[in-house]
Design a binder for this molecule. Structure first.
Ligand code: NOJ
Length: 597
């Protein structure tokens, strides 16, 4: 009775404990539709191609997919220049194909997230075509849907001068383009053909939220929101300051300036909150929709930049990408420091804040190229045992590498702003966007066309899905084991991450532990070095479940734990090996998962 009275004083009668979102613990597979699977032999991937590979994704343990843009687009930036937010480009299929994709995903319990390019449209979008017609607000309702400014050239001068020194992020050239009809400049933070929307105009915000509803009504589970920092600029549009650490010829020209004013103004959190509110609308509550925002930190403290998003948006429905897996050096102590600080800070805000890790995407060099093949295997263990959403970029599960693109085949407009590295001509982001390598057949099983939009990697006959499925210790089979383990384990999906003290500077150790003590907890150890290491944790370990070097040897189902280690493996466990009590030997670049005791 006393308890009842007390509870009724503390808790409102309709109190429900917060339910973790599906996003918590999800393995999300990032598909770049142009390059995943072609179904109509035009050399470019499409939506029916994605459907064809849906069983593969299911077997990989994927919980959700994120599709890069498939909207109607002139493809100036390969779909990130959207000409219609509510349709499908014929190159990728039809709206009916998309509906079919949704049904096929649903049948397999796979969630679907789509890209929302909210900062800019294509210059072929009807909104921009109307906006550029006239600056007269009495006759043109689209007059201020984009960011238009007068030339600041002195009166009487016969040349134009843009209002400030801002640069576009794609090539590092000017961010302003003169428009003869309006006799004004428009702002494009990316390509000339991607004018920035004016987010301070509430009608623009309403229009984007309507586009969100269009897709939510079709059942999509969430959005990856593009380039959000650019949605809010310094109101007076002051010049960006110079970047003192810029190295000419080494850094991209865009980084000659610090982008203090051209992006990242605090209004961005207000705009994103408005978008997150749409996900809370009554009709969308059934499926716990979620959005993940793309914002690369540029300041001296990335952690603060990530946390600002958790505070600025509702963490129940939104999270920022955490790009440390793309940008941090592959180094145990850096990771140790980041994980400790980041997860501690998230807990301070709300234990259900969803972390969001990506080790690869369509804008960044492939992980196998960046850290090497051996380390890419241990990175798979790290990625799939981290909390929150983990994003796997298509092809990284088979170790696809950056592909050198012949000069006459380079497609990416960003190549124009690339720097020359060694004897490589500017390539932009094409090297990480090449077609998926499915088989050793022509075009790697990606397409029946005579040629593909980007060339296949030269190693596709050896490095492909079919070959790796046949090798029990392949990277793909390692990913499959990890995917299965993650999907079956409440500790890996919802447990806290605790960084452990390991007496080696080369080894990162952490545990994943659920609050329910009956749920199996895990200890993960990652050797970041190219040398074998013997280290101690100062705590006993249970059975070893998986090694990145020989995934076929352990049992990673998380339920029936078998200590069936291959005799050749030199890992010793608590009190049972030559390395002494509580010590473990890890081979070069080996990552292991133990049951915790
Ligand atoms: C980020 C996207 O990932 C990239 O591919 C694109 O070029 C820019 N935003 C502009 O939309």
């Amino acid at each position: 009775m006393r308890d009842r009275i007390r509870n009724s004083l503390i808790l409102p009668p309709d109190f429900q404990p917060i339910q973790p979102s599906w996003a918590e613990g999800a393995l999300v597979y990032h598909i770049y539709p142009r390059s995943f699977q072609d179904s109509n032999a035009d050399g470019v991937g499409d939506l029916l191609g994605v459907i064809k590979r849906m069983d593969y994704l299911k077997e990989l343990g994927v919980n959700a997919i994120w599709l890069s843009p498939f909207y109607p687009s002139p493809m100036a930036d390969f779909g990130y220049d959207v000409a219609d937010y509510c349709n499908v480009d014929p190159m990728f299929g039809t709206l009916d194909d998309f509906k079919q994709l949704m049904a096929e995903a649903d049948r397999r319990d796979i969630r679907v997230m789509i890209d929302l390019v909210s900062n800019h449209t294509s210059d072929e979008h009807i909104w921009f075509k109307e906006s550029r017609k006239s600056r007269d607000h009495t006759t043109n309702p689209f007059n201020d849907w984009y960011i238009w400014r007068d030339s600041v050239a002195p009166a009487g001068s016969d040349t134009q001068q843009p209002p400030n020194n801002w640069r576009n992020a794609l090539t590092g050239g000017p961010a302003w383009e003169w428009d003869d009809t309006r006799q004004q400049y428009y702002l494009h933070s990316f390509d000339i053909h991607q004018p920035d929307l004016n987010w301070s105009n509430p009608t623009v915000r309403a229009a984007i939220k309507q586009a969100m509803r269009f897709w939510l009504d079709l059942g999509v589970d969430g959005f990856r929101v593009d380039a959000v920092y650019w949605m809010a600029k310094e109101p007076l549009m002051s010049d960006d300051p110079g970047n003192p650490s810029f190295v000419e010829g080494e850094d991209l020209p865009y980084h000659a300036l610090r982008h203090d004013n051209s992006r990242g103004w605090p209004a961005v959190y207000a705009y994103l909150s408005e978008m997150a509110d749409v996900l809370h609308e009554e009709q969308y509550k059934d499926k716990q929709r979620f959005m993940v925002t793309e914002a690369y930190p540029e300041g001296h403290n990335p952690l603060v930049e990530y946390l600002n998003f958790y505070v600025g948006m509702d963490p129940k429905v939104a999270a920022p990408f955490n790009f440390e897996g793309l940008t941090m050096p592959w180094d145990a102590s850096t990771w140790r420091k980041f994980l400790r600080a980041f997860h501690h800070a998230l807990n301070q805000i709300d234990p259900h804040c969803v972390a969001s890790y990506a080790f690869g995407n369509h804008d960044q060099p492939r992980i196998a190229t960046r850290i090497g093949e051996a380390a890419a295997r241990s990175a798979s263990v790290l990625l799939l045992t981290l909390p929150g959403m983990v994003f796997l970029y298509y092809g990284d599960e088979i170790g696809m590498k950056n592909v050198v693109i012949p000069k006459d085949m380079v497609q990416d407009p960003a190549a124009k702003g690339d720097v020359i590295r060694g004897d490589l001509q500017p390539q932009g982001r094409d090297p990480e966007r090449t077609p998926m390598q499915w088989t050793a057949a022509k075009n790697g099983g990606f397409s029946d066309a005579a040629s593909t939009w980007l060339p296949l990697a030269p190693d596709y006959e050896q490095c492909n899905v079919e070959a790796q499925l046949a090798d029990p210790d392949s990277l793909l089979n390692l990913y499959k084991k990890l995917g299965t383990m993650r999907s079956q384990s409440d500790s890996l999906k919802h447990g806290q991450l605790k960084v452990l003290e390991v007496d080696s500077p080369y080894v990162l150790g952490y545990s994943r532990e659920h609050t329910d003590s009956d749920v199996q907890a895990y200890v993960v150890l990652v050797n970041f070095s190219g040398e074998p290491v013997t280290c101690s944790l100062g705590a006993p370990l249970g059975r070893r479940l998986l090694s990145s070097l020989s995934p076929s040897a352990g049992s990673a189902d998380g339920a029936e734990l078998q200590p069936d280690l291959a005799p050749s493996e030199a890992v010793t466990e608590s009190g049972s090996g030559s390395a002494g009590e509580g010590s473990v030997r890890l081979e070069s670049h080996e990552a292991v998962i133990y049951a915790a005791v």
